[in-house]
Write a protein that binds this ligand. Structure first.
Ligand code: ZN
Length: 157
């Protein structure tokens, strides 16, 4: 967990933010400013405008934004957002195929099993955690990996 305070963000939208923020969205969207506080257990960030002499009423320089409206500066936080797509690999239990999650370019599944793609398919299936015959270890490991990806992009307070 690390603090987002001091992080530079681009204001991408005001759709989710406070009504007062929304009222000035035309002036605010597109700006890049600095987070000075994180409120409401990480749902809201208080952003301070860089320039002195704010063009806004009463010189307001701090605006609260819902986190979803902000684009974080990516230089200090390399994007890991793209969810990993696992291919489906199979092992056989008697006549039953068990589906495993296989990282791209690999033949060994997350659980350590050496797998084969379905022999009838030229194209590779995408691993689905919801099929009956999915390997439970793979399901769990794929889920954990996805969650840790998300966590790096969620506000820590
Ligand atoms: Zn597996």
């Amino acid at each position: 967990m690390y603090s987002k305070i001091g992080r530079r963000v681009r204001i991408a939208d005001a759709f989710h933010s406070h009504v007062q923020t929304r009222a000035y969205k035309d002036q605010l969207i597109g700006r890049e400013d600095v987070i000075v506080a994180v409120l409401r257990t990480g749902k809201v960030a208080l952003v301070e405008l860089d320039d002195d002499g704010s063009p806004f009423p009463a010189g307001v320089r701090r605006w609260s934004f819902c986190w979803d409206d902000l684009h974080k500066e990516t230089k200090t936080n390399p994007p890991q957002r793209r969810a990993v797509e696992y291919r489906a690999g199979f092992t056989w239990k008697g006549r039953q195929a068990v589906q495993h999650a296989v990282p791209p370019e690999k033949t060994v599944a997350l659980c350590g099993q050496t797998t084969r793609p379905l022999p009838v398919c030229e194209w590779s299936l995408t691993f689905s955690a919801t099929v009956d015959r999915a390997c439970l270890t793979c399901v769990q490991l794929a889920k954990t990996a996805a969650e840790s990806n998300e966590e790096s992009d969620t506000l820590a307070s």
